[in-house]
Design a protein around this ligand. Structure first.
Ligand SMILES: Nc1ncnc2c1ncn2[C@@H]1O[C@H](COP(=O)(O)OP(=O)(O)OP(=O)(O)O)[C@@H](O)[C@H]1O
Ligand SMILES: [Mg+2]
Length: 307
């Protein structure tokens, strides 16, 4: 049996001529937070909807808890909590009353489920405020409370920090982390905000135009970010030749007549500098640089950043 809580096999969704999700193979490990990162329109919501049977895949398969989702929906779905688009809360009822309706539907008789879920998202139990009077952030918290109320093993949260202010974002991040660390939940979250994913996720899947470009742990992703030495010199071409011949390295990129990037960071910079000076090359700068995750994202998606 596979070690993954969620596994997709060439999952594809086409709407007419448009392929929204293309041969996606994601692997969500038990007890970890998996961040699905992608720009607007990348295919995050469509993927999550397919995982939950809210939309049928055009082709491909989903395996959840080691079993094919198709045909086992009734067994699998009660073990999942989800937040995909806003749930249909009643505007003229309070948050607690709203949760009570859903609790009854799910057969959760004990009020501790409602109390616990509200506590987790920092909303008051039995407050008089109606849902229609809630701020956007409070509405979002109530939606998350609904997702976790029945204590599911797996949470699928589509952009859970949408509409929250910075303090709200930090709180949601903390309780998502807590759900994973202290209660052993497996969590799949999506976001178009790179910094958010890098603060929260253990594993990251980068999706762009419906394709999964990368899937690895955040640690691996961070380690992959290129380190290089940037030389700003009077003659970059000549400097590149010296590095190639004297130091036997071809890991060089000539940016322009004066700027040169050396990706082989193990080479002795002091000796390289001396060789440049001996060859009559003036050095304005020589320093170690490191790409940020943002640079990396731009590089692999070949486009704009995603701060
Ligand atoms: N029901 C639908 N009919 C037709 N096209 C759709 C439908 N749902 C989604 N799409 C298209 O599929 C693509 C992926 O959409 P999706 O909502 O999955 O992206 P997303 O990554 O969730 O974006 P966002 O960050 O804006 O929420 C988009 O081009 C979208 O227009
Ligand atoms: Mg979406």
């Amino acid at each position: 049996m596979s070690d993954y809580i969620i596994e997709t096999h060439d999952l594809t969704k086409r709407y007419g001529n448009q392929t929204s999700v293309s041969n996606l193979n994601i692997h969500v490990k038990k007890g970890r937070i998996y961040g699905l990162l992608g720009r607007n329109g990348a295919g995050k919501t469509t993927t999550m909807k397919m995982l939950l049977g809210l939309t049928a895949p055009t082709s491909g398969e989903v395996t959840i808890f080691g079993e094919p989702f198709h045909g086992n929906e009734k067994k699998i779905l009660p073990r999942i909590g989800c937040l995909i688009e806003s749930p249909g809360f009643y505007p003229n009822l309070t948050g607690t009353e709203n949760l009570k309706i859903f609790a009854e539907l799910r057969g959760l008789k004990n009020p501790r489920y409602i109390k616990g879920a509200l506590e987790l998202v920092n909303l008051p139990y039995r407050d008089k405020k109606l849902f229609s009077q809630y701020s956007l952030g409070m509405k979002q918290r109530l939606a998350i409370a609904l997702a976790v109320m029945h204590d599911p093993e797996l949470l699928i949260l589509d952009e859970p920090i949408n509409g929250l202010d910075p303090i709200g974002i930090a709180e949601v991040r903390d309780f998502i982390r807590e759900l994973c660390d202290t209660r052993g939940k497996t969590i799949l979250i999506s976001s178009h905000i790179l910094s958010e994913i890098s603060l929260l996720a253990d594993d990251v899947g980068i999706i762009d135009h419906g394709n999964l470009l990368e899937e690895e742990s955040l640690k691996e992703l961070e380690a992959k970010n290129a380190k290089y030495i940037h030389f700003c010199v009077s003659d970059a071409k000549k400097a590149a030749q010296i590095i190639a011949t004297t130091f036997c390295s071809k890991d060089i990129q000539l940016a322009d007549a004066n700027n040169l990037y050396l990706y082989d960071t193990a080479l002795p910079v002091a000796r390289i500098n001396r060789s440049f000076i001996e060859a009559g090359i003036d050095i304005q700068e020589a320093h170690l640089c490191e790409d940020t995750l943002e640079d990396y994202f731009k590089r692999i998606t070949g486009g704009e950043g995603i701060a």
